[in-house]
Design a protein around this ligand. Structure first.
Ligand code: GLC
Length: 716
């Protein structure tokens, strides 16, 4: 398609309509727009441009997508096909674990395969673009959206971002979808962990920790990017010229489509940054925002701004060109229905192959937090009690569930029934509701526990208690669940807690007293089968936390790569000293970043560094021998951390700079090596230039971020 020629045929008004996004279902209702646009009527959407807007969101199933595109093109003057956009975050119909869980697998190949599966299911249902990956760095467990992040580490966040973009977009083939990296930028740093709250940080922190993952997604070829709800340095992202025009476009060279978050352009008025829609349109177009999601300041005010000479038509042309180029890249001018196929949707959605991948992903994402011999259970035991508010429910598939369904999700009870032929005694025990105080179900659960050889107790937060706008000021389990837990443990000490959660929780009592804790996160459509695979040892848990579990919510935000400060607390035994500390809590986490157990044991030895001086342009190699000294085959994610002891700015006590996930048979050993170059050591110093500074460094290799054994070297 000759995009420039097509652009030249459009009137200014028609160009502006291309910058507007409304909801896909607008086209499915009758012509009375009051019903059609529902809550959007407040944005003044009317019929005249419903058939000229450029894109739609919140799409549905194949049949509807075909209907909508046909109806749109039949009524549109310019007949430029719509782009259908949707949040396909951790699966489309077959759901894999929430992203915080998938990241715990430390397996980027798996992340890529999962994204590709999601793209295949979405593309045949008519989706052209997914609003994913979400790559916001997440250091605060109070924020509900940590569930869709890859956690608190920038290095891992970048790896997962790259893999996920590649999985969605592939070679932009039939079963791929365009990727939209979000939320630009630093949305995860909302103060207090309260969603949509203020973000405020130095440019250096922004560049060092928060921006790299968006850049990694863009370098991996992300076709588009979504700006965040929050301000960056006091200016809302949707209209932030420094952030979007100067940095994203001019410094990074990104020429993809930039879309606002839901009504976030209009919300610049609520922020007190713009007085009215006209000022919104002015700031957003000058920031080079291409698509205004749902609100319609562009449609209402851009023409006026051009007529007044305050905005050049060429600025609008650039935005329209980017949108038309994306439509062309998606092949929509050749085939407006692209890959949409009800037949293929029926064939691919929750097909056995996709279920198998979702199941495998859930087994690789689970993190064994504690195990004093209860797990794995033998399938030969006589009876198992399956208890708890999350034992017999399909609502463990995760909150960004897209077209996933509870009635297609395997519960823990069903998973155990599928894997075990002995006696199963089920009892709910209590409600999963945070507010419940109803203890009436506990006695029946105690009876089930008493008469069973082992207990699987499924506790946690409901999947809809995390996600967007689900911030929490308290991170512990509801008291009613602890009441159930205490009674069950008394009734049968051979109990394993299976935890479902979308965020780190302050589960101190479980850590202190439970014989075993297996964190399944929100495991997706095959959650129950994956759980059974793990509790019976058909799969050995290998997940490692990518967010620190706080000891108490008062520590949030909590992350492993902190600055030591001028008064470091070098040991939690120190009391009443003038060091950075709390009088009522340790500084350290309940469980650290990178932590996760196995049914087997891995022994680290022969830690070696190839030298203690690195010349400029040179490299050193750190290595360690890892041996499986237990009786199960298992996977271990060996982690390499670096500490830069002195810099032109203070430096974290350690930072992840390499990892390798290996699988060892019992008795097998392997040497794992990591190369260290100047790139490994580079950071944004006081001059905001990314480079490695000469001086002393420590390199650590270990099982998690609490590792202490290091070797020292100097960069010349
Ligand atoms: C939501 C989310 C964003 C999502 C968008 C469209 O508010 O912030 O992640 O892509 O709206 O659903």
């Amino acid at each position: 398609m000759d995009i420039k020629k097509l652009l030249s045929k459009l009137t200014l008004e028609e160009k502006i309509y291309q910058l507007m996004q409304i909801r896909a279902y607008t086209y499915l209702y009758d012509s009375s727009l009051n019903i059609i646009t529902g809550p959007d009527t407040k944005y003044g959407i009317d019929e005249k441009y419903v058939y000229e807007v450029g894109t739609v969101l919140n799409c549905g199933v194949a049949e509807n997508m075909i209907k909508i595109q046909e109806k749109y093109l039949a009524n549109s003057k310019n007949k430029i096909p719509l782009i259908f956009m949707q949040d396909v975050i951790h699966g489309y119909r077959t759901l894999y674990p929430i992203n915080l869980g998938l990241a715990s697998s430390f397996d980027t190949d798996l992340a890529e395969k999962c994204a590709a599966m999601a793209a295949k299911e979405a593309s045949v249902d008519g989706i052209h673009l997914t609003f994913a990956p979400m790559v916001d760095l997440a250091r605060d467990a109070r924020w509900g959206r940590v569930m869709e992040s890859s956690g608190e580490d920038t290095y891992l966040n970048c790896k997962m971002a790259e893999a996920t973009v590649k999985g969605y977009q592939g070679d932009f083939g039939k079963y791929n979808v365009a990727s939209c990296v979000k939320h630009f930028a630093a949305y995860g740093a909302a103060e207090g962990g309260r969603d949509y709250n203020t973000v405020d940080m130095s440019e250096r922190t922004l560049r060092e920790y928060y921006l790299p993952s968006y850049k990694a997604a863009i370098d991996a070829g992300a076709s588009s990017l979504m700006t965040a709800f929050n301000v960056v340095d006091g200016i809302p992202a949707a209209g932030n010229k420094w952030l979007v025009k100067d940095l994203l476009r001019d410094e990074w060279g990104f020429n993809g489509v930039v879309i606002s978050d839901y009504a976030a352009a209009y919300e610049m008025i609520n922020h007190g940054f713009c007085e009215d829609e006209k000022e919104v349109a002015y700031n957003a177009i000058n920031a080079t925002l291409d698509i205004e999601m749902v609100s319609n300041c562009y449609v209402l005010k851009l023409k006026e701004l051009v007529e007044e000479g305050k905005v050049k038509e060429s600025q609008i042309d650039e935005c329209v060109l980017r949108i038309l180029e994306l439509k062309d890249k998606l092949g929509l001018f050749d085939n407006p229905h692209r890959s949409t196929s009800p037949e293929e949707a029926a064939k691919f959605h929750v097909c056995p192959e996709h279920r198998a991948l979702a199941r495998y992903a859930a087994t690789q994402s689970a993190v064994l937090l504690k195990n004093e011999g209860v797990l794995p259970l033998s399938k030969d035991i006589g009876s198992i009690a399956v208890i708890g508010p999350l034992a017999n429910t399909g609502e463990i598939f995760g909150n960004w569930f897209c077209n996933g369904r509870a009635d297609e999700t395997i519960s823990v009870l069903d998973g155990i029934k599928n894997a075990y032929t002995g006696v199963i005694n089920y009892a709910e025990g209590c409600s999963v509701s945070r507010e419940s105080t109803d203890e009436s179900g506990i006695s029946e659960a105690v009876e089930a526990a008493k008469k069973s050889d082992a207990v699987i107790l499924c506790l946690g937060e409901h999947q809809f208690d995390n996600g967007e706008c689900k911030s929490k000021a308290f991170l512990d389990l509801p008291e009613i669940q602890y009441k159930l837990y205490r009674e069950i443990l008394k009734a049968n000490p051979n109990t394993a807690v299976v935890l479902f959660t979308g965020r780190p929780l302050t589960i101190r009592e479980l850590k202190d007293t439970s014989p075993a804790i297996l964190n399944m996160w929100e495991p997706g459509t095959e959650g129950g089968n994956a759980c059974a695979d793990l509790i019976f040892g058909d799969v050995n848990p290998s997940g490692k936390l990518t967010m620190s579990f706080p000891y108490t919510v008062g520590q949030c935000p909590l992350y492993y790569n902190y600055y030591t400060t001028g008064r470091p607390k070098v040991s939690d035994d120190i009391k009443n000293a003038y060091v950075t500390s709390y009088i009522d809590s340790p500084n350290g986490p309940l469980y650290p970043f990178g932590y996760g157990l196995s049914y087997t044991e891995f022994e680290y030895s022969d830690f070696n560094l190839s030298g203690d001086v690195m010349e400029r342009g040179g490299k050193l190699t750190a290595s360690v021998k890892v041996k499986n000294v237990g009786k199960y085959k298992g996977k271990e994610t060996v982690q390499m951390y670096i500490r830069d002891l002195f810099g032109s700015t203070v430096r974290p006590i350690k930072e992840l700079r390499g990892y390798e996930k290996i699988e060892l048979m019992p008795g097998e050993e392997r040497v794992v090596s990591f190369d260290i170059t100047e790139d490994t050591l580079a950071f944004y110093g006081s001059d905001l230039v990314k480079k490695a500074e000469s001086g002393k460094f420590h390199v650590f290799i270990g099982k998690n971020s609490a590792c202490t054994h290091f070797a020292e070297f100097v960069l010349k």
